[in-house]
Design a protein around this ligand. Structure first.
Ligand SMILES: *[C@@H]1O[C@H](CO)[C@@H](O)[C@H](O)[C@H]1NC(C)=O
Ligand SMILES: *[C@@H]1O[C@H](CO)[C@@H](O)[C@H](O)[C@H]1NC(C)=O
Ligand SMILES: *[C@@H]1O[C@H](CO)[C@@H](O)[C@H](O)[C@H]1NC(C)=O
Length: 426
C-alpha cells in the first residue's frame, strides 16, 4: 500500500507540485487547458500531401494575440511562416506549409521535434503563452512506466490505426485511382506509425500460396504489402524501445479456407518472428502494465479465431471492434455515444472512429475517398476523446491518425487515470 502512496508523492513532483486532493474528483482535465498543436492533414491540396493544420483549445482570445507556425523553436526574433488571430476559444486552421516525409528508419527512437513549432503569442509579442512542436512519440509508455505500471491493460487508453497495413504515401496519381482512394487508410508505414505513438495495429492477413510472397496484409480483397514488412517494422520497433504493442489479427480475407491449416502456418510464422516478445494470453486484460514490463514480453498477439486462441498460449482473444459502419459524422457520434455509454468491460476493445462508404458510394465516389472522409471526422473525433470519452475508452482506431490528436489525448488521459487509481488505492 505504501508503494502506491509513494507513487502518489512522486506524481506531485512530476506534475509540477500541484497538490491534488484525492478526496475530490477534480483532476486536471486535458480538455480544460490552453493548448496549441500541429496536425498533419489527410487531404492533399494542389497535389501536395502532409499539409499542416494548427489547432488551439481553451483560449480566451484578446485582440492582437496570435498563433504562429515556425520552422525553429520560437523566440522573440523568430519570423513566423504563418499567423492566425484566434477569434474563438478553439479552432483548426490550415496553413500553407507541409511536412516532407522522413523515411521511418530516420525518425529515431528518441522523442524529437520534426521541424515545425506552433506558439500562442501575447498581443505585445512579449510572451509565448503556450507552444508545442510536431513531434515523435517513440517512448511515451516507457517514459511513464512508474506511473502507468499499476494500471490494468483494460484501463489504459491506446491510440490505434484502422486497417493499419493499408498505408501508402500519397503521390500525384493517387487521386485518379478509385481503388487507391478507397483502400488506403494511412499515409505512414507501420514503423513510422509506432514511432509517432500508435500502439494498436489492426491487421488483415491474407494467404496467396501461388505467389512468391505467399503472405500479405490486405484491405478486404486488395493486396497491399507483404506481411513480412509488418513483422519487420513491429520487430524493429520492439527491439529499439521498451514499449507495449498490440498486433491484432482482425481478419483473414483471402486464402484461409474453412479449416485451421493455414492459421496453423501463420501461427508458426508468428512464433518464429515474435517468440521472444509475445506475451502469454494467461496474463489476460486484467494484467497490470508493470507485470507485462517485468515479463519483458511486450507484444500482444490478438487473434480473431477462437479455435486458434485455444490452441496457443501466445494468441490472445481478438480485440472487440466497436464499428458502426456509418457514413456521416452525426451517425458516428450517435454510434460511439452508445458504445461509450455501455462499453465492453471484460476484454480489449477498440472504438472504430472512421466512416465507411457503402459500395454505391465507392462506385459514385460521392464522398471523395477515404482521405476526405477521415478529414470529415478527425477533428471531432479528437474533441470527443480529448474530452470526457477519453476517461474510459480502451483503444481508439482512426484513419490517417496524424490528422487527429489521439496520441496526445491518450498520453494526457493515461496520466490522469494513473493519478485517479493511485488516489483510489490510498
Ligand atoms: C508581433 O509579431 C508579429 C509576427 O512577427 C508581427 O506581425 C507584429 O507586428 C508584432 N507586433 C508587435 C506589437 O510588435
Ligand atoms: C503512386 O502510388 C501508387 C500506389 O498508391 C503506386 O502504384 C505508384 O507506383 C506510385 N507512383 C509513383 C510515381 O510513385
Ligand atoms: C463537430 O465539430 C464542429 C466544429 O467544432 C461542431 O460545430 C460540431 O457540432 C461537431 N459535431 C459533432 C457531432 O460533434
Amino acid at each position: 500500500m505504501w508503494k502506491y502512496s509513494l507513487l502518489f508523492v512522486l506524481l506531485h513532483f512530476v506534475t509540477g507540485g500541484i497538490v491534488r486532493r484525492c478526496s475530490t474528483s477534480s483532476f486536471a482535465d486535458p480538455s480544460q487547458q490552453l493548448q496549441v498543436s500541429i496536425i498533419v492533414s489527410s487531404v492533399p491540396k494542389d497535389k501536395v500531401a502532409r499539409r499542416l493544420i494548427l489547432s488551439w483549445d481553451n483560449a480566451s482570445p484578446v485582440d492582437g494575440e496570435w498563433i504562429g507556425l515556425f520552422n525553429e523553436e520560437p523566440s522573440s526574433s523568430s519570423v513566423p511562416l504563418f499567423v492566425v488571430q484566434p477569434q474563438s476559444s478553439s479552432g483548426w486552421v490550415e496553413t500553407n506549409s507541409h511536412e516532407t516525409a522522413s523515411p521511418s528508419h530516420d525518425l529515431g527512437y528518441i522523442k524529437r521535434c520534426l521541424g515545425f513549432w506552433v506558439a500562442y503569442v501575447s498581443a505585445d509579442n512579449s510572451t509565448v503563452v503556450a507552444s508545442s512542436c510536431l513531434q515523435t512519440e517513440p517512448t511515451w509508455m516507457s517514459d511513464l512506466e512508474a506511473e502507468l505500471s499499476p494500471l490494468l491493460l483494460r484501463q489504459i487508453f491506446l491510440p490505434g490505426t484502422h486497417d493499419t497495413g493499408a498505408y501508402e504515401e500519397y503521390n500525384s496519381s493517387s487521386e485518379s485511382n478509385l481503388i487507391v482512394k478507397y483502400t488506403i487508410t494511412q499515409e505512414d508505414d507501420i514503423l513510422s506509425q509506432l514511432i509517432n505513438g500508435v500502439r494498436y495495429l489492426d491487421i488483415r492477413a491474407a494467404y496467396y500460396p501461388d505467389t512468391d510472397e505467399v503472405w500479405f496484409v490486405n484491405h478486404g480483397l486488395i493486396r497491399i504489402h507483404p506481411l513480412q514488412s509488418v513483422f519487420d517494422d513491429v520487430r524493429t520497433f520492439l527491439q529499439n524501445t521498451n514499449e507495449i504493442v498490440i498486433l491484432d489479427f482482425h481478419g483473414f480475407p483471402v486464402g484461409f479456407g474453412s479449416g485451421l491449416a493455414v492459421h496453423e502456418k501463420l501461427l508458426e510464422l508468428l512464433k518464429n518472428e515474435f517468440g521472444d516478445f509475445a506475451a502469454p494470453s494467461s496474463l489476460t486484460w486484467n494484467v497490470q502494465l508493470g507485470d507485462i514490463w517485468s515479463t519483458k514480453r511486450r507484444l500482444l498477439l490478438t487473434y480473431n479465431d477462437g479455435a486458434m486462441v485455444e490452441r496457443s498460449e501466445i494468441l490472445w482473444p481478438a480485440v472487440s471492434h466497436q464499428w458502426g459502419d456509418v457514413q456521416t459524422l452525426d451517425n458516428l457520434y450517435k454510434y460511439l455515444s452508445g458504445v461509450m455509454n455501455n462499453p465492453p468491460n471484460d476484454k480489449g476493445w477498440s472504438a472504430m472512429a472512421e466512416l465507411t462508404p457503402t459500395t454505391l458510394q465507392v462506385i459514385t465516389d460521392e464522398l471523395g475517398g477515404l482521405r476526405r472522409m477521415s478529414e470529415m471526422v478527425n477533428q471531432n473525433v479528437t474533441t470527443w476523446y480529448r474530452g470526457i470519452w477519453g476517461q474510459t475508452v480502451n483503444i481508439v482506431a482512426a484513419d490517417f491518425f496524424r490528422g487527429t490528436r489521439l496520441v496526445e489525448a491518450a498520453i494526457d488521459w493515461n496520466q490522469i487515470r494513473a493519478q485517479q487509481l493511485a488516489c483510489s488505492i490510498q
